[in-house]
Design a protein around this ligand. Structure first.
Ligand SMILES: Cc1ncc(C[n+]2csc(CCOP(=O)(O)OP(=O)(O)O)c2C)c(N)n1
Ligand SMILES: [Mg+2]
Length: 435
């Protein structure tokens, strides 16, 4: 039995893609969505013959790109004996991470409206199952590449709430010393390789990171089985960088997982309106890698898919494209009044809150009781409160920091040694920028 059949994934409703609209848009898709696991059914006739068998992932049949569930048959789950998908410890870890993500973002909204943060701030509420389901399976040396919606990915990867909040406040104690802000989280220590404001921009960076892991292992003969996760949205999947990187990753069998957070909207543009074939996962098999569709509001399903995709990458079997169908509970950014989306759609997804779903699973399966979960919630409240106090008290960066890491010649203009602004005819200097 594969990991996916063990999951008893419900026949997909493409949960939020309003099925009537979806049918009008693409009747042929409805035929495929009656299958419980979309990624498992894509047939690519003769692909192995054309490309040579050894280049392709090991599949059940020579002419099929199969779902990763079929590729890893001997998966053993720690909690297999109990028949549950997670142990108590795992359940509590997932719950804590999701509560941290949610509480942190709620606090960001408060701080933003109190004028503590500047620029655009994009929150992750509703999408927690994706970050937690994937990132909690990583090791320290694995990498994560995010988008402008990057706070929660960073927290899941272990960057402290203090340093993310300080970064948002523009303080020196932030993970980028206050120079990045909301959309540019980075942590060398945790291998968070950046949030990126331009959509699609992180995908080549992630592909490069995955290439470097493979190069270290296969050329430099270092011990390295690091995996990179690239997170990005549905609106990014019609962008050229996505296609270029899928091609390269499949061609070179890179240890990467492309994680699409399909929240059905790109600012105010509906995914169904903007995309010729709204099933993004299908683009994986088109490039010779498995494509998976998973309910992104269910952390346990995401986690099962993630285990196999990450495992596949770690074993050197190449990339996977995973489409997580999810939803954001707030506007595109905190500057968005969120008036475009249908209230019925929002209510539909609010009822599928991934944190509530995990809580229900934990309690119904006696992994923990309500009061034990309350203890976690209280602990997280304190962490988030403390992060705000810490950020608030932290110093602002000195003015001289303004020109650090600026590659254009800083000699001609900027802050002079006397602390005053100066502007001279720019010329090129050698070496590092210094004021
Ligand atoms: C290259 C580029 N073009 C346009 C934009 C403007 N823009 C900002 S967010 C966004 C929508 C992205 O939607 P999606 O990828 O679905 O991510 P989500 O915000 O839903 O997480 C666009 C087009 C941009 N940031 N970068
Ligand atoms: Mg989107």
């Amino acid at each position: 039995m594969s990991a996916f059949s063990a999951l008893k994934i419900q026949p997909p409703q493409l949960h939020g893609l309003n099925s009537k609209k979806f049918a009008e848009k693409s009747p042929s898709c409805l035929k495929t969505i009656s299958n419980p696991f979309l990624g498992s059914i894509q047939r690519i006739p003769n692909l192995r013959r054309r490309r040579g068998v050894s280049d392709l992932p090991r599949a059940a049949s020579p002419s099929t790109i199969v779902a990763i569930s079929e590729l890893v048959k001997e998966k053993t789950s720690k909690s297999a004996a109990s028949g549950l998908l997670i142990t108590r410890e795992e359940g509590l870890e997932l719950y804590e991470d999701m509560i941290l993500g949610r509480s942190f973002e709620d606090m960001c909204a408060q701080m933003y409206y109190r004028g503590k943060m500047f620029g655009f701030v994009h929150l992750y509420n509703g999408q927690e199952a994706v970050s937690t389901g994937f990132i909690k399976l990583l090791t320290q040396s694995d990498s994560v590449v995010s988008t402008y919606r990057d706070h929660v990915h960073s927290l899941s990867k272990g960057v402290s709430a203090r340093s993310v909040m300080s970064e948002l406040f523009g303080k020196t104690t932030g993970c980028c010393r206050g120079q990045g802000g909301s959309m540019h989280m980075f942590s060398k220590e945790h291998n968070v390789l950046g949030g990126f404001a331009f959509i699609g921009e992180g995908i080549p960076v992630a592909t490069g990171a995955a290439f470097s892991s493979k190069y270290r292992r296969e050329v430099l003969k270092e011990e390295c089985d690091d995996v990179t996760l690239a997170f990005f949205g549905d609106g990014t999947c019609n962008n050229g960088q996505f296609f270029e990187c899928l091609n390269m990753a499949a061609l070179w069998k890179l240890p990467i997982v492309f994680v699409v957070e399909n929240n059905l909207w790109a600012i105010g543009m509906s995914h169904l309106r903007a995309t010729s074939d709204p099933e993004i996962w299908k683009k994986g098999p088109a490039f010779g890698m498995p494509g998976i569709h998973v309910d992104g509001m269910d952390v346990l399903k995401v986690r099962e898919v993630a285990k196999e995709a990450i495992g596949r990458a770690r074993r050197g079997e190449g990339p996977t494209l995973v489409e997580c169908e999810t939803y954001r509970f707030r506007g595109h950014s905190l500057a968005d009044p969120d008036e475009l989306r249908d209230p019925a759609e929002k209510a539909h997804y609010a009822a599928r809150d991934p944190i509530m779903a995990l809580k229900k699973y934990i309690i119904e399966n006696n992994l923990a009781n309500e009061s034990e979960l309350k203890v976690i919630e209280k602990k997280i409240d304190e962490i988030v409160e403390e992060a705000v106090e810490f950020a608030d008290k932290s110093p602002l960066p000195p003015r001289s920091q303004l020109l650090e890491n600026v590659f254009a010649d800083p000699k001609g203009f900027g802050i002079g040694p006397d602390g005053r602004y100066r502007c001279e005819d720019p010329g090129f200097t050698e070496g590092t920028a210094q004021v």
